[in-house]
Structures are given as C-alpha cells and as structure tokens.
Write a new protein. Structure first.
Length: 81
C-alpha cells in the first residue's frame, strides 16, 4: 500500500470529523427553561414572602430546579463532546 493513500485517507477522515456538528438547540432550550423557571420563582418569592407554602411544595420547587439545572448542564456536556 502506498503511503500517500494512507495520508489521504487520514485527511478525508479528519475533514469528515470536523464537519460533524452537534446541534446546540437542546442546550438553548434547557437554558431558556431554567432561566424562565428562575425568574418565575423569583417573582413569586418577592410577591409572596411565604412562597412556597409548605415543606412539600418547597421540595417540589427545589426538585424542579435541580432537574432543570441537570438538564442544562447535561445538554451542555452533550454538545461539547
């Protein structure tokens, strides 16, 4: 086998790998949802100092925040790799 053939094949493979681009849409969607959630929770917190009303509601709000945060970070990692 000729060495130039191997070099050419490596260049083609490298060029094909560079062209593959993952969509950043999942990160933008999750980031927007997380930011919207933060603004909504802030508005409720300013308008109602006792928000959330009980421990179960507080756990639900915190759980939603954790899920959205993990979604945003996970989608960022997915796009980066």
């Amino acid at each position: 086998m000729d060495l130039s053939f191997i070099v050419a094949a490596a260049e083609v493979a490298e060029h094909a790998a560079e062209e593959h681009h993952k969509s950043e849409l999942p990160f933008f969607v999750m980031g927007a949802l997380f930011a919207t959630f933060a603004v909504v929770v802030s508005v409720f917190g300013f308008k109602r100092p006792d928000f959330p009303d009980n421990a179960q509601a507080a756990r639900a709000v915190m759980s939603a925040g954790v899920v959205l945060m993990l979604g945003a970070v996970g989608s960022a990692v997915y796009v980066a790799l």
